[in-house]
Design a protein around this ligand. Structure first.
Ligand SMILES: [Zn+2]
Length: 179
């Protein structure tokens, strides 16, 4: 049996800064994107270079994302982001984006604009996160004061999802019924 002090230390070691309430918000946000925009497991997360610099490894991020989202997530960096990192021992997956000398942020923004991309975007830049959240169906993971969270969908994203749902229902009603 470990002494109380020892077990407490071990416990502290894997406790993340996110509160349960914060993780509930992240998981609820994820449900929204799954339901309305068809996100599936494993979740693919494109990371900005400044975000990646805050961690020791891609594996560390994936472990933490599993705790925050409750689902398996895979970490990706684009060619442009890797260029910004300047090597730096990144060992996660690489997304071939075919850009020629584009900044990491502009690269990620361009990918986010393609609605079919089905990626989550991780950043530590609040302003950039807000920019991405203006796009329909783009989930944003923000690292802020050491806490990692999937942001609540924006008003625009909710409105767009509602519109799409209404359009689908109208389409279904317009179908001639057999029998
Ligand atoms: Zn790129």
């Amino acid at each position: 049996m470990p002494r109380p002090n020892e077990s407490e230390e071990t416990f502290e070691d894997w406790v993340y800064p996110e509160s349960r309430a914060q993780n509930r918000i992240s998981k609820k946000a994820l449900e929204f994107y799954e339901r309305n925009y068809g996100f599936k497991r494993p979740l693919n997360v494109l990371c900005s270079s400044s975000f990646l610099k805050k961690w020791r490894s891609a594996g560390e991020i994936e472990k933490r994302l599993l705790s925050v989202l409750g689902k398996k997530a895979v970490v990706w960096a684009t060619n442009c982001v890797l260029q910004e990192l300047g090597g730096g021992g990144y060992e996660g997956k690489v997304y071939s984006c075919d850009h020629q000398s584009t900044t990491g942020k502009s690269c990620l923004h361009q990918i986010a604009k393609q609605e079919s991309s089905k990626h989550l975007f991780a950043t530590d830049n609040t302003y950039f996160g807000k920019t991405l959240l203006k796009l329909a169906g783009v989930p944003v993971i923000l690292l802020q004061r050491r806490a990692l969270m999937l942001k609540k969908p924006s008003g625009a994203q909710r409105a767009f999802a509602k519109e799409r749902k209404a359009a689908r229902m109208a389409e279904a009603e317009a179908q001639p019924k057999e029998g």
